[in-house]
Every structure is written in C-alpha cells, then in structure tokens.
Design a protein around this ligand. Structure first.
Ligand code: ADP
Ligand code: ADP
Length: 230
C-alpha cells in the first residue's frame, strides 16, 4: 500500500488554467522522490496538494490511508503526517529560533512547555543548530534559517517531508549545509518528496526522479536511468 497515492488528479487555477493533468503517482513508504522540470510546470502545486495547501478538483489523493476531501478532520489528520519546507523559510522574525519551534501553531498547547522545548531542542540538534536556539532568525545566515525551518517541520515527527525548492533562495556557499541535512534525513528512512534543481542531490539520494512539463508527469526513472539516458 503506497503512503501517497494520486489517482487521476486534476487541478485548475480559476476556470481555465489546467495546472495538473491526470496525475497518477504512487509513493512507497520510505521512498525518496525528486521532482524537476521547467518553471511553471506544476511541481510546487503538486506537492502543495499533498498537505492541502492547494486543493485538487478531480481524482483521488490519498495520504497514509486518508483521502483528501473537504472534510476538515481528514485535512487535519494528513497535516499531522506531513512536514513542509519552503523556498522562503517562513520563520516568525519576532520569535527566537526555539520559540519558532515551540510556538508553532500545529502543536502549541498540545504538550507542557518544558516537553515542547526538549522536543524542539532535539530537532535543532538534529540539524546542528541547537547552539543558535536563543537567536532571532534574522541574526542567522540563510542556510541556518533553512535548517531551523527543517527542524520546525520535523517537530511533528512527520511520516512524510515535502521540500519545495529548499535551496533556491540561498547563496551558493550555503546550499551544501542544507543539502547535507536533507541527505541525512533521507538516510533515516523518512518518505521525502523534493522539488529541486540540485541534480547532485537527486543522484545521491533519490529512488526516483520525476520530470514534469505543462502539468503532466512526462518521465520518471531511477537517477541512474534518468541521467544516463541520451
Ligand atoms: P512550478 O513549481 O513548476 O514552478 P507552480 O506549481 O508554482 O509551478 O505553478 C504552475 C503554474 O500555475 C504557473 O504558471 C503559475 O503561475 C500558476 N499558478 C501558481 N499558483 C497559482 C495561483 N494561486 N493562481 C493562479 N495561477 C497559479
Ligand atoms: P514558486 O515557483 O516558488 O512556487 P510562484 O511565483 O509560482 O513561486 O508562486 C508564489 C505564490 O504566488 C504561490 O503562493 C502561488 O500559488 C502564487 N501564484 C503564482 N502564480 C500565480 C498567479 N498567476 N495568480 C495568482 N497567484 C499566483
């Protein structure tokens, strides 16, 4: 049973812009997928449907056994299972690094403060940024901020992590520190879907590379096949 299943999923923006066309995609538990393709081909929209930041209009989308519909309970259920990291780090600038994790709306009030802080510190250690816990986001480099964003997503202990061009907003010298953290996560067996242009990362960790164009999946293969085909 796949952990994510797209079955003939279609989405339009407005009435006439057909952004996802008959998407069929099964993701196995623990699978690491990289999605690439030209700008505007629907990559971001596809992964945003998985945690219902966008909604599809046709077809079925099932995440960890729950079909995504308008049912708010189903949406909440799925959002507990799915962590997401964006191109822009989306940290709260007026909160410290630690507070960005402990005051995350997804889990605030769900456990005592001390327990939340311990959990948060453990995730900050996992991305090697625990020594910056008391700083404010803008006191950190872009690469450090993105690692905080990854730690925040991990606080939910998600089964699935989605990355939407996580290194595209970073200066070149900071890309590696973020990719290294992502490679470590990949090696820990979490299901991952990454929209990225970092083909070195794809080669290093992807089980499957998916190429999108104009709202369709036009090719999918192992990195080996994908990069060696003429
Ligand atoms: P990619 O991630 O491959 O660059 P996106 O999924 O971000 O592609 O966008 C696909 C297309 O849909 C683009 O042409 C984009 O301008 C358009 N689009 C994205 N979001 C919206 C929206 N909220 N309303 C209308 N069009 C959108
Ligand atoms: P990215 O490629 O990083 O996803 P985009 O420029 O495609 O960035 O989108 C940035 C935001 O603007 C997204 O929330 C997207 O849904 C929205 N957006 C993109 N294109 C359109 C559009 N044509 N009309 C309305 N909203 C859009």
């Amino acid at each position: 049973e796949p952990i994510i299943r797209f079955d003939k999923v279609n989405k339009w923006y407005g009435n006439d812009f057909h952004v996802l066309k008959d998407i069929d995609l099964n993701v196995a538990k623990g699978e690491r997928i990289v999605i690439c393709g030209p700008s505007g081909s629907g990559k971001s929209t596809l992964i945003r449907c998985i945690n219902r930041l966008e909604e599809h209009q046709q077809g079925h989308l099932i995440v960890d056994g729950t079909e995504l519909t308008d049912d708010i309970k189903a949406i909440d259920q799925v959002r507990k299972e799915v962590g997401m990291v964006f191109q822009q780090f989306n940290l709260f600038p007026h909160l410290t690094v630690l507070e960005n994790l402990t005051l995350s709306p997804m889990w605030v009030g769900k456990m005592p403060k001390k327990e939340a802080e311990e959990k948060a510190m453990a995730q900050l250690e996992r991305v090697r940024i625990a020594n910056q816990a008391g700083k404010y986001p803008l006191q950190l480099s872009g690469g450090q901020q993105q690692r905080v964003a990854i730690a925040r997503a991990l606080c939910l202990t998600p089964k699935i992590m989605l990355f939407d061009e996580p290194t595209s907003a970073l200066d070149p010298e900071m890309i590696k520190e973020v990719l290294d953290v992502m490679i470590e996560l990949a090696n820990q067996g979490i299901t991952m879907i990454c929209v990225t242009h970092e083909m070195g990362f794809a080669k290093a960790v992807a089980d499957r590379v998916i190429f999108m164009d104009q709202g369709q999946i036009v090719e999918q293969n192992t990195p080996h096949e994908f990069f060696n085909n003429p």
